[in-house]
Design a protein around this ligand. Structure first.
Ligand code: CP3
Length: 346
């Protein structure tokens, strides 16, 4: 018997094994850039959409059908576990996560009890099972990095400065460590449950880690991200680690133990391998904004990303961050075709 998707270019690339075409998927491929998403999403909080497994399955599969991408990403959100244990989180359309009573003090730890995925997020597990049953491509499960989730819980709303978060991290390390430990364990529980239900790979989105200096990242965040990767290591599924603006901390992120490092467009893939080592398996890194430009420019930039990877078998093509709502799906479909047509020379 072969394991599911044993011939998948995505899974082969995650392990730098030989395969015949460069795999591609897009962060935020399921979402507002797709008319078929807008047609079924409805209004109100995205958390209600996520709680409907049939709807979430359909939304997860929409970009797979439209673009022919090599992997599906679960339709959910990084704040779902905190919401599910009753922390008081909502996701406001056009704004992002907002918190009723932000995390401030030791007593707030009590509001973050351990996640029990089977009872707290049954709809997530059902979505994973349904997408896996569809079977067309491997499913990527995910969780938010402890730092990025903590930043939402502490700030109470999306922030540009992370002032309160940094104040707690530096001013009350004991409380910070206790919070990060809980969020790491929540991420582990969520990821393990997604893997148990059939997710083929996982990604830790530590989207805003690039806001930190290397020494602060190393002391206050790295141990907890490492804890997450160690906490799912025995499952054997490929583990991807991603953040935005992480050029200066890339070597530290790589040290957290993931198999694949996601890079944004600020660090060209060849430069990333100079920093991390020639064998590093990378995911990325077309600047999403490029896709708003003329098609010949898009093609040239896609070709540049592929050229900078060279013939390395450990490359998963992606954007450097998520799909923008105003993107034309036809452009993304064109990117997928171009990446698939590229001769990797192996
Ligand atoms: O296609 C996919 O990538 C799968 C689904 C997915 C969503 N959120 C759905 C969503 C994933 C992987 C996420 C992760 C997520 N959520 C991250 C990490 C990824 C990243 O972009 O860095 C972060 C930081 C969040 C928090 C969050 N949720 C933000 C900042 C927003 C955007 C607010 C807005 O409306 O601009 C959300 C809402 C959200 N999550 C949307 C989607 C499709 C858009 C809202 C909608 O349809 O109402």
């Amino acid at each position: 018997m072969t394991t599911p998707h044993s011939d998948s270019p995505f899974l082969a690339a995650c392990r730098a094994e030989p395969h015949d075409r460069t795999p591609v998927w897009f962060m935020r491929q399921a979402g507002r850039s797709l008319p078929e998403y807008r047609a079924i999403r409805g209004s109100g909080s995205i958390l209600n959409t996520i709680a409907d497994a049939d709807l979430s399955t359909e939304i997860t599969l929409q970009p797979v059908r439209r673009y022919g991408v090599d992997a599906a990403i679960l339709f959910s959100d990084i704040v779902v576990p905190a919401h599910a244990v009753g922390f008081g989180v909502d996701v406001r359309p056009g704004v992002g996560p907002v918190i009723d009573r932000p995390f401030e003090c030791r007593a707030d730890l009590e509001r973050l009890r351990p996640l029990e995925p089977e009872t707290d997020t049954p709809y997530v597990l059902e979505t994973v099972r349904q997408v896996v049953a569809d079977g067309s491509v491997p499913l990527i499960g995910f969780a938010g990095g402890p730092f990025t989730v903590a930043s939402y819980l502490i700030e109470g709303a999306p922030s540009r400065t992370y002032g309160r978060t940094k104040a707690m991290m530096l001013g009350d390390p004991e409380l910070w460590n206790a919070l990060m430990e809980r969020l790491a364990d929540m991420a582990i529980a969520s990821l393990r449950s997604q893997i148990d239900c059939g997710a083929s790979a996982i990604q830790l989105f530590d989207s805003w880690a690039g806001a930190l200096s290397p020494p602060v990242y190393e002391r206050c965040v790295l141990p907890f991200s490492r804890r997450v990767f160690e906490g799912v290591a025995d499952t054997g599924v490929p583990r991807i680690h991603f953040g935005v603006g992480t050029g200066e901390i890339l070597h530290l992120m790589a040290d957290a133990g993931a198999d694949v490092i996601g890079v944004d467009w600020r660090v060209p893939l060849d430069v990333a391998r100079l920093r991390l080592g020639p064998d590093t398996i990378l995911q990325g890194n077309l600047d999403p904004a490029v896709c708003l430009g003329p098609l010949d420019v898009v093609e040239a930039e896609v070709a540049d990303v592929l050229r900078r990877n060279g013939d390395h078998p450990g490359h998963i093509f992606n954007l450097g961050h998520g799909v923008l709502p105003e993107m034309d799906p036809a452009v993304l479909a064109h990117v997928v075709d171009q990446v698939h047509a590229h001769n990797r020379g192996s």
